[in-house]
Design a binder for this molecule. Structure first.
Ligand SMILES: [Zn+2]
Length: 368
């Protein structure tokens, strides 16, 4: 009995030792893997010129204290940016904030000056923080956005929406993702939320379309980049001014053609009516009159050509008076066969993924 207990005990010790060894080994490998993400990848750095409002700087304890908080905030931005790539980034990205100006004027005035100034040679992107609305002209530019000025230089504006309370820039969790969102625009990624189609504004098939999960869709509670955003950020990574070096890039991501094939129970069908309905950013609606109508040929196919011009800067008639950014952000493709209808979502960011697959033509199959 004693010897059996002894053997069991020894086995137990061996087991525990092995377990411990396994735990140590797995901790060691995961440490290696973790460090691989940042150490094995080349680091790409972008220099951010920061201008902050005097009231905000004083509110946060003066320039030195403000600079420290700003650096910590950008540490969060960098951590989020890279980890949200889920291991799909080809580089480690690092944004370096540099508080250069504490201004007392209207941030709108400063913004106009930045937009017209062809300088800042040591910087890659400009950043204006205005923590409180204390000038009349600032009312017209509330909120956060990224715009393009002289020399293809992007200016990001983070302007408060309040004239009574300072924006809690350093204390709110989602602000670091809000900054990542605006920097995503600087890198060439468009807003994914603009592709949303609301059920209540979709009279064609009365279904809501929700774009991919991405910080470019929603930064409040989204902790990831979509594959679309990752592809663009990787593609433009080495350029400090992508708007200059990748001029026309947005349009170039569209394939030339979309081939639609329609079958019924496996047999190709001709003369199927295909309607393309356009959706608008800002309204998140679908225009109920088809923008274009096509039909399948004798092989049950229809090749829709000149795709970039369908989405971007489309030719009239648009059947609407207002098309924000002069772009259809999504199309809903409707196929009608013997009174039955089928639908395919064609949001711009999905269609543009063809660029990263080297496809000139994308295939859409509809089966009845
Ligand atoms: Zn945006």
């Amino acid at each position: 009995m004693n010897s059996l207990m002894c053997i069991l005990k020894r086995k137990c010790i061996i087991f525990n030792k092995m377990n411990l060894l396994l735990i140590i080994l797995s901790a060691f490998t995961s440490h290696l893997q973790g460090s691989n993400n940042s150490l094995a990848l080349d680091t790409i750095e972008y220099n951010v010129y920061v201008a902050a409002d005097y009231e905000g700087v004083m509110h946060h304890g003066g320039a030195d204290a403000y600079r420290k908080k700003l650096n910590l905030l950008f540490d969060q931005v960098n951590d989020f940016w890279n980890s949200a790539g889920s291991g799909k980034f080809n580089f480690y990205f690092k944004y370096n904030p540099d508080l250069q100006v504490v201004y007392k004027c209207s941030s709108r005035q400063l913004e106009k000056t930045f937009m017209q100034c062809n300088g800042f040679t040591n910087y890659d992107v400009l950043f204006i923080i205005d923590s409180i609305l204390n000038f009349e002209d600032e009312e017209s530019g509330k909120g956060w956005y990224c715009s393009l000025g002289e020399g293809f230089l992007n200016t990001i504006v983070c302007r408060s929406r309040s004239n009574t309370e300072h924006e809690k820039l350093f204390d709110v969790d989602y602000f670091c993702r809000g900054i990542a969102h605006e920097l995503g625009h600087y890198r060439g990624v468009t807003d994914l939320y603009a592709d949303r189609i609301l059920e209540s504004k979709n009279p064609v098939n009365n279904i809501q379309y929700e774009p991919d999960s991405c910080v470019m869709n929603n930064h409040y509670n989204t902790y990831t980049w979509s594959d679309y955003a990752i592809n663009i950020i990787n593609h433009t990574a080495k350029s400090t001014r992508p708007a200059k070096d990748f001029n026309g890039f947005f349009r170039s991501m569209f394939p030339n053609n979309i081939r639609v094939s329609v079958d019924a129970k496996g047999k190709n069908v001709k003369d199927v009516t295909l309607n393309l309905y356009g959706s608008r950013a800002r309204y998140n609606d679908l225009i109920p009159t088809p923008y274009k109508t096509y039909a399948t040929d004798k092989n049950g196919e229809c090749i829709i050509t000149n795709i970039p011009a369908l989405y971007d800067n489309p030719t009239p008639p648009l059947n609407t008076d207002d098309l924000p950014w002069n772009r259809w952000f999504s199309f809903v493709l409707e196929a009608e066969y013997k009174g039955n209808k089928k639908y395919v979502w064609l949001p711009e960011y999905e269609v543009q993924q063809a660029f990263f697959r080297n496809e000139e033509c994308i295939e859409v199959r509809i089966s009845f």
